[in-house]
Design a protein around this ligand. Sequence first.
Ligand code: H2B
Length: 98
Amino acid sequence: MARELLSQTELDELAGELTGWDVSAASLARTYRFGNFVEAFGFMASAALVAEKMDHHPNWSNVYNSVEVSLNTHDRGGVTELDAALARAMDSLAGRTG
Ligand code: H2B
């Protein structure tokens, strides 16, 4: 999967697609809120396995039922298609599609 930085046009398209995400050239950011800590941590456990398989890892933090996520490609210093793919996978796992 492409590890090139997305163009401004591609970022604009992504902002239209990824509702709930704050899309910038630097990162894709979203805060998920779940029913409780177990649901939040369950999401993180599932997302961690997907991330590891992709060899692409989130910057994230958890406080009780909320998980704050920031995605970027460290070795490119911005957002690539890999970040978009992980964002889509996380939305799917969190049941926040569309
Ligand atoms: N995750 C993210 N989010 N960005 C990266 O640039 C990155 C990563 N690089 N996971 C990977 C691991 C790299 O360090 C290894 C060596 O493939």
